[in-house]
Design a protein around this ligand. Structure first.
Ligand code: AMP
Length: 544
């Protein structure tokens, strides 16, 4: 027997409609050099219609990729709505990547139109070999200080000239809404393609009290960039809940963040630990008055593990850090460490420091090296795998059948359940809490962004005075991890500065290792692979 309920497609048009009809007076505030600029959701929704009309006039059609190269802002929010709701695909480009990586990603996604913040136009102009971009639209985020690019359109002029109404098409909930590339250990970055359905379900889950619990009364400050996994979905979740938003623009230093919290009465924020570590340090140094954070109730923190000292530091200020785990491939929220009522009282802090339990509708398992599903005993380790309606099913590959590539990162079990192999090594305890203990991905995560060790090693090895090179992650109090290059010299005269300068020519400045140590040989496993565990143990206490 079939259910007899309405089959309403879950599309982001729901989010747009609801924000316009039920939360028109709520605001999105954007920090600028001159102060804070506010717009109501009512105004945003009107501008979104104009933006969709303008995109249509520019020749954008359903399925076309429209890229953004921008900080968090109300204009970026307008793009988050207009592009998917007109049937096109929002592609957020990561400002922190090297121009060559950006060129690969924009060409691979076949971006047609790109919206660029004026403050990052100089970065945009460094990107070589763009093959598909036809139109550039500049968004002046400099209070009029920047000059536009030759041949580029101006965002606000484009909107002013556009028709005030747009006839939204009927969309299929499985259509692509947005895409975001993520670093792979080997090869090029991989494209994750979110559907309307996955985006709506992920946003709804963010409203659950036992997940992020974003509510109408909240003022939400996503400091996690809109170019990184849709700012963890918080803009859509806030619009859906009717919560106001505060956007930091390019001002993410502790003073600016705390001023924005105070000015907007922010109640919930989301960011990697590095950001909140900086704010805590500034409070300790007397540079930020903790009273500016008096409205802040909770901080969703993830992207890398939350250190205990950070959680305790904010506990003392009466602000709850909510530890979350996720990946670009999981939209990105997978699990949140809210404490179940069955957890023993003396286990509360330990539990809050785990990566949490999966959201309703997501399933996780840990698979051992022997290929067995591990018991939930808090001790048996293996790769964390995840399944659910907002988890990727494939990576985008236009050359593969159906555009479905990267299939080696997925596995189907005997019951037909599809699992994403996360590359994280974990244990799961008896209550279902995930604890990450290692990762198989040979990458460094610094301040929430990835650095490819393989790319650095390949570049080091091209230096004529280098025989072998292994790059490892070393713990860092502020950035979580930083790269350390372990190099075997072919020529004793080679210097650290020479090698770092060599890397600086090919990767972004923040991806260059903090230090180089010269070793006699890179330790190897029995099959001759680099044994980085040995190096990581040897340099575990290395101070960068
Ligand atoms: P990304 O796709 O860039 O968001 O990175 C996802 C990866 O970041 C995960 O697979 C983990 O390796 C790491 N990660 C995310 N959240 C956490 C967390 N709470 N604790 C430790 N590692 C995390």
């Amino acid at each position: 027997m079939r259910g007899l309920m309405q089959d309403v497609p879950l599309t982001l048009q729901m989010v747009l409609e609801r924000a316009g009809s039920l939360s028109a007076a709520k605001t999105v505030a954007t920090k600028t050099a001159d102060g804070v600029h506010r717009r109501t959701y009512g105004e945003v929704v009107e501008r979104v219609a104009r933006l969709a009309a303008a995109l249509h006039d520019l020749g954008v059609r359903p399925g076309d990729r429209v890229a953004t190269f921008a900080w968090n802002s109300s204009r970026h929010l307008e793009l988050y709505l207009a592009v998917p709701c007109m049937g096109a695909v929002l592609h957020t480009l990561n400002l922190r990547l090297h121009p060559e990586q950006l060129s690969y990603i924009a060409n691979h996604a076949e971006d047609r139109v790109v919206f660029v913040d004026a403050s990052v136009l100089p970065l945009w102009e460094k990107i070589p070999g763009l093959e598909t971009v036809r139109t550039i639209v500049v968004m002046d985020d400099t209070d009029g200080a920047a000059t536009g690019a030759p041949g580029a359109l101006d965002y606000d002029e484009l909107l002013a000239a556009a028709a005030p109404r747009f006839s939204w098409p009927r969309l299929d909930e499985r259509d692509a809404a947005a895409m975001c590339y993520t670093s792979g250990t080997t090869g090029h970055p991989k494209g994750v393609v979110y559907s309307h359905r996955s985006s709506v379900l992920h946003s709804m889950a963010s409203l659950f009290a036992d997940f992020l619990g974003i509510a109408e009364r909240d003022v939400c400050l996503p400091i996690v960039p809109q170019f990184h996994a849709n700012a963890w979905g918080t803009p859509y979740a806030a619009l859906m809940a009717g919560a106001s938003l505060a956007m930091a623009g390019r001002f993410m230093d502790p003073a600016s963040v705390s001023q924005l919290v105070a000015a907007e009465g922010v109640t919930i924020s989301a960011a990697v630990p590095t950001v909140w570590f900086g704010v805590l340090q500034a409070i300790d140094a007397g540079q930020v008055d903790p009273a500016t954070l008096s409205t802040l109730e909770r901080i969703v923190c993830g992207g890398s593990a939350v250190p205990e000292a950070l959680m305790r530091g904010y506990d003392e200020l009466g602000i709850r850090i909510v530890h979350a785990w996720g990946m670009t491939e999981t939209s990105p929220l997978g699990s949140v460490a809210n404490v179940k009522s069955t957890v023993a009282r003396d286990q509360v802090l330990r539990t809050r420091l785990t990566q949490g339990i999966p959201a309703p509708s997501l399933k996780v398992r840990v698979v051992t090296d022997e290929g067995e599903a591990a018991p939930w005993d808090g001790a048996t380790m293996g790769e964390l795998q995840i399944n659910g309606p907002w988890v990727a099913d494939a990576y985008y590959d236009p050359a593969a059948p159906g555009g479905r590539g990267g299939l080696d990162r997925f596995t189907d079990d005997e019951s037909g359940t599809r699992w994403l192999k996360t590359g994280d090594v974990a244990v799961i305890d008896g209550e279902g809490y995930i604890q990450l203990v290692d990762r198989t991905k040979d990458l460094v995560k610094s301040g929430g962004e990835w650095i490819s060790t393989l790319e650095l090693e390949n570049l080091l090895i091209t230096h004529p005075k280098v025989t072998e090179a292994a790059v490892i992650a070393v713990a860092h109090p502020k950035w979580g991890e930083r790269p350390l290059a372990c190099v075997v010299r072919a020529d004793e005269s080679v210097t650290k500065d020479e090698l770092l300068a060599h890397l600086g020519g090919h990767v972004a400045a923040w991806q260059v290792p903090d230090d180089v140590v010269f070793i006699d040989e890179v330790p190897k496993t029995s099959v001759g692979k680099f044994d980085k565990r040995v190096l990581r143990a040897e340099f575990a206490d290395y101070r960068l």
